[in-house]
Design a binder for this molecule. Structure first.
Ligand code: UDX
Length: 466
């Protein structure tokens, strides 16, 4: 099929290359000439594992090309995917749909034949209905442009995998024809057994924001438990492991620490709250404000912990921050908890060095005040405090014995609960983490290192707490 993918950010670029990879004839379109040039030359404009290969393969097949013209897109596509950003509107929590509207306004008047416009961007519920009315006023006489919503659930760092082998495909359509077109388009995935959920556009739009709200709630839930663990001298990692064995709960997204960031989760829960308020059902999702608050608090708690370890004053203290991106295996620093903490420490006068395997270029752009070091050991040289803020695999491989020789004081805050604390302590480090009081700070029963199940089952311990 002839497809256009309009908007070639993370979502659009990966979607365009993957659709060409499964056999479609794809034109990717963006207003950003630099990005389009890079993509057309096979140079990914962002770091995403596996994207390089699929882009090269798709370009070599001759089924993928890039351009900047919506007129050209109008002529090329039987199906047009809208993949542009829906950022937070300035001065409000609502989504800014100006880029989505601009695509429709630039594309629809030039359509030479009937086609299907498919939204993939994360949008407020009701957007398909609104765009249908907008398109009706723009479409040339005798041409029909139906609208469908097909949300995208890809995770950065796994974008190619998630696009080629998604957990599910959700499409919201009006009428059988659009649904059949999308079934044909995704046929290779459907044949491979990927569940296909066909519904109305409003439900499809909601699936995406509901999924992200649930994930955000799950993370904030475990971070709230981490705060309780700190007060009670309990261990949130063991707690999460024990909770996760219950298949109704599951262990994924129960990693306590610095909380969520990125271009999706924080913005999506805020936009969802704003939309629910518009719909008069604000109280139904009022809990999301707390989810957001708990999440923000983990950043403050990490800064407080750093200040406390620095003896109450961070002025001119040498602090090394490991990680700048919002998550590992990405170069994305949008709403990065790690950079938010680094910037807060800098404001308190700390002398900061930031290290990240892929994100320093973006970090330099958004936070020019922070000093980024490309080399890990140089970043740690003379540090009085090391903060582990994004859990890149290479930090787990660090040798704490060697690193102790480079720093001035071997003090570590593992704000992602991802490093082997016992090894670091054995190498002479003072290790602090969120929701995991150090063994010496724990009550005697926990210090004995009894497995959680045995502790809970023990009547003696229950009596202790009675
Ligand atoms: C998210 C959704 O997972 C994806 O389905 C959607 O399409 C876009 O938004 P992404 O933003 O790429 O994807 O990252 P994700 O892996 O969900 O992580 C989001 C944030 O939560 C990261 O900052 C991560 O560090 C944090 N996180 C995740 C935790 O703090 N704890 C966890 O247990 C899991």
């Amino acid at each position: 099929m002839r497809l256009t993918v309009i908007g070639t950010g993370y979502l659009g670029a990966v979607h365009a290359a993957c659709m060409a990879d499964i056999g479609h004839d794809v034109l990717g379109v963006d207003v950003d000439v630099e990005k389009i040039t890079a993509l057309a030359e096979g140079r990914p404009p962002f770091y995403e594992p596996g994207f390089d290969e699929v882009l090269t393969r798709a370009l070599a097949s001759g089924r993928l090309r890039f351009g900047t013209s919506l007129r050209e897109a109008a002529v090329h596509g039987e199906v047009h995917f809208i993949c542009v950003g829906t950022p937070q509107r300035a001065g409000s929590h609502a989504a800014d749909l100006r880029y989505v509207d601009a695509v429709v306004d630039g594309l629809v008047p030039h359509l030479p034949a009937s086609c299907l416009v498919v939204g993939k961007s994360t949008v407020p519920v009701g957007t398909t209905a609104r765009l249908t009315a907008r398109i009706a006023g723009l479409v040339p006489a005798g041409v029909r442009a139906d609208v469908a919503w097909n949300p995208e659930f890809l995770r950065e760092g796994f974008a190619v995998e998630d696009t080629l082998r998604p957990d599910r495909i959700v499409v919201g359509t009006v009428g059988r024809e659009s649904d059949e077109t999308l079934r044909r388009l995704y046929a290779p995935m459907l044949e491979a057994g990927v569940p296909y959920i066909s519904t109305d556009p409003s439900t499809a739009e909601l699936v995406k924001v509901a999924a992200n709200s649930f994930l955000a709630t799950k993370i904030s839930f475990i971070n709230a438990m981490a705060e309780v663990c700190d007060a009670a001298g309990a261990d949130v990692v063991t707690l999460a492991d024990a909770l996760g064995h219950d298949t109704r709960i599951g262990r994924r997204f129960l990693n306590a620490g610095l909380g969520f960031g990125g271009g999706c989760l924080p913005k999506d829960i805020r936009a969802f709250t704003a939309r629910a308020q518009e719909l008069g059902v604000g109280p139904a999702v009022a809990f999301l404000a707390q989810v957001d608050e708990i999440n923000e608090r983990q950043r403050t708690r990490t800064v407080e912990l750093a200040r406390q370890l620095a003896g109450g004053d961070l002025t001119e203290r040498r602090v090394t921050v490991l990680g700048a991106t919002f998550k590992p295996n990405s170069d994305d620093v949008r709403d990065s908890p790690a950079l938010a903490v680094a910037a807060a420490l800098h404001r308190e006068g700390a002398d900061i060095r930031v290290h990240d395997p892929e994100g320093t270029e973006n970090a330099r752009r958004t936070h020019p005040e922070l000093r980024c070091e490309a080399d890990l050991l140089t970043a740690c040289q003379g540090a009085e405090l090391v903060l582990h803020l994004t859990e890149w695999g290479q930090y787990r491989e660090l040798d704490p014995v060697k690193l102790a020789l480079v720093v001035r004081k071997p003090v570590l805050v593992d704000a992602r609960n991802a490093l082997p604390h016992d090894e670091w302590r054995a190498a002479g480090w003072t290790v602090k983490a969120l929701g995991r009081p150090a063994p010496a700070d724990r009550p005697p029963a926990a210090r004995a290192g009894k497995p959680l199940r045995a502790t809970i089952a023990s009547p003696a311990v229950e009596a202790d707490h009675a």
